[in-house]
Design a protein around this ligand. Structure first.
Ligand SMILES: [Zn+2]
Ligand SMILES: [Zn+2]
Length: 612
């Protein structure tokens, strides 16, 4: 009897366990698709770039910190508390100005950096602050709420273009750019497994953008088995070997800590401001003595790099392998940094193995594509900024997997011949029409697309890049750079967003209100603009020319005011600032006055002496 009872109990327990397991199982494999994994589309995961995920500031109770309008506050790239910043900097700044010496400004500069970037400081294990919340989307885009799709497409505007790819087969892997790189790799790996379960497919596509490529590259090294989960990888301007900006900054090669450069062209060459405004600001620097300004700048940089950036393994993964050993020696050799160094050393290995790991993917049947942008000088933050080709943010050696480039503004030597380092087909011409790059020297010459003059930070505005990426996501019709003539290997920078809006406005004009001649020009301008927009083969300057033509029609029809050509020109400062530099070096105005007075007095004394 006892035996029977025991048996019944154990059977009942087993049934209970099975039921509960099936419930857990059912919730774990929540399906968002009805294709059973048998449709032609591969679930695609976008792995975005630096700062392209929402990270919000939390208070110590884990609640969102809200601004005056009740909105959540972003922690990227910094959490700026205006009142706190002002209270730290106002008095020292005013005092330093009045007294013309450092009255606490250098210290205040450090304090301000700590106050703003403190939220992104990791601990000695490179773990980010619990006060940062990363907004994640563990479901396809089709399941996202409106504000979530807005965020996603705000970063990567795939929604602007037609695609066959169903949104229940599209995912966005959000992450904290300052986060722990090891954890990010594990999270991405788990995300891939989740996507497989949610869609029923056994392989996915990955679209790593910029910094996102560092996570994928690490994953290929730490978890090589992931290649079985991959159908295709589409690298878009990938930071596969970091960026020389970080390499320079981590090695103390910060260009704007050189005062001869700060007072003579740094801002003008940065590309952030027009040259007139840059020269005006350059002159404003002189209201402080140069030592004071430089000391405050140095203090800010040292705090930002030495206290904040060096604790982020996410940032270390952006340091080029060639710059890593010296930088690690400089910042990570102390015992308290040992845990961080163990992690960054491991990533360094992954970086060195990157090409081999990617080749391994290809050899195992995973399709790998790459988008490279070039011929835009690197932003001049690091001292090596103008020594190699770049896309403004990343040097091309990193994004192109080692392709050989002439420097920005230069071309390959006349007698240069294609090296065919990685291409074995003698009929292929991999030299760019502008003779700047030899694509045959990059790891994947037949599946890498190049965009001349395209700025990294404006990638999302390039409609051709987005259309090509969608094309690669939704089908396998593009096998290489020769598959579709409308997507050639070499293309150019562009952004058609503004033109699209102008055409919409132009189409609203009633042609019967115009003269025959103006109506004909309007129709022709619209026709030309639509051809430009639809074309995926860019011609340098055609978008701008078409914009001007449509704008002229809008102005003539009275729909738009003529673009303001006038306004105050600051170009005059482009002459004045260099004149000051030539004659007075880096001196501030007060030093200038003293020096000038001394000079006058000296002349007077000399004159008197000569009379005596
Ligand atoms: Zn499917
Ligand atoms: Zn080839």
């Amino acid at each position: 009897m006892k035996k029977v009872f025991r048996k019944t109990v154990s059977v009942l327990l087993c049934i209970a366990m099975l039921i509960s397991m099936s419930i857990i199982g059912a919730s774990a494999t929540q399906r968002y698709t009805d294709c059973n994994g048998e449709c032609q589309y591969y679930p695609t995961i976008i792995v975005p770039g630096l700062g392209q995920s929402n990270t919000w500031v939390l208070d110590d109770n884990g609640d969102f910190v809200l601004d005056d309008e009740g909105n959540k506050i972003s922690s990227f790239p910094a959490y700026i508390k205006t009142d706190e910043v002002l209270s730290k900097v106002l008095v020292p700044a005013v005092l330093s100005l009045v007294l013309q010496r450092d009255a606490g400004l250098t210290e205040a500069a450090s304090d301000v950096i700590r106050s703003c970037f403190g939220i992104n400081t990791c601990d000695e294990n490179a773990q980010p602050s619990p006060n940062v919340y990363t907004e994640r989307y563990p479901y396809p885009v089709s399941e996202c709420r409106d504000f979530e799709t807005e965020e996603i497409f705000g970063h990567v505007p795939f929604d602007l273009y037609e695609t066959e790819q169903p949104y229940d087969h599209m995912y966005y892997f959000a992450y904290n750019s300052f986060g722990n790189h090891f954890d990010l790799v594990n999270e991405l790996y788990d995300f891939i497994q989740m996507v497989k379960e949610q869609t029923g497919h056994d392989k996915v596509n990955l679209v790593p953008l910029s910094q996102g490529a560092s996570i994928v590259s690490a994953m290929l090294d730490y978890k090589p088995e992931v290649q079985n989960d991959l159908h295709k990888v589409i690298f878009v301007v990938p930071a596969l070997d970091g960026s020389t900006i970080i390499g320079d900054v981590f090695n103390g090669r910060v260009s704007f800590l050189n005062k001869e450069y700060v007072y003579n062209g740094f801002l003008g060459e940065s590309g952030l401001l027009d040259k007139g405004t840059a020269a005006l600001i350059e002159m404003l620097f002189r209201i402080l003595p140069d030592e004071v300004l430089m000391s405050a700048l140095e203090s800010a940089v040292n705090t930002l790099v030495g206290e904040i950036m060096v604790k982020s393994t996410g940032m270390w993964a952006l340091c080029p392998s060639g710059d890593y050993p010296t930088a690690a020696e400089k910042y990570l050799s102390s015992p308290e940094m040992a845990n961080i160094k163990a992690q960054t050393d491991r990533y360094y290995q992954a970086q060195l193995n990157s090409d081999r790991n990617i080749q391994n993917l290809v050899d195992n049947g995973v399709q790998v594509f790459c988008f490279v942008e070039y011929d835009v000088a690197m932003i001049n933050v690091g001292e090596t900024w103008n020594t190699q080709n770049a896309d403004y943010i990343i040097h091309t050696d990193s994004t192109s997997m080692g392709a050989h480039f002439a420097n920005v503004g230069e071309t390959l030597p006349e007698d240069y011949v294609q090296q065919n380092t990685h291409c074995s087909d003698p009929t292929h011409n991999h030299i760019s029409p502008d003779r700047v790059v030899d694509a045959s020297t990059g790891l994947l010459p037949d599946t890498t697309f190049y965009f001349d003059g395209q700025r990294h930070d404006l990638t999302a505005r390039n409609d051709v890049i987005l259309k090509l990426a969608l094309n690669l996501i939704e089908s396998d019709r593009i096998q290489n750079v020769y598959s579709l003539p409308e997507f050639p290997q070499f293309n150019v920078a562009r952004g058609s967003e503004k033109l699209v809006i102008l055409v919409e406005q132009a189409k609203e004009i009633d042609p019967s209100t115009l003269s025959d001649e103006d109506a004909a020009e309007l129709a022709a301008a619209i026709d030309e603009a639509e051809k430009v927009i639809d074309s995926t083969i860019g011609v340098v300057g055609e978008v701008e020319a078409s914009e001007a033509r449509v704008t002229a029609c809008l102005v003539k029809a009275g729909v738009m005011e003529a673009p303001d050509e006038g306004g105050i020109s600051l170009d005059i400062f482009m002459q004045i600032s260099p004149w000051f530099y030539e004659n007075f070096g880096t001196d501030g105005y007060s030093e200038l006055i003293i020096r000038f007075t001394m000079k006058v007095m000296q002349t007077v004394v000399d004159t008197i002496v000569s009379f005596i």
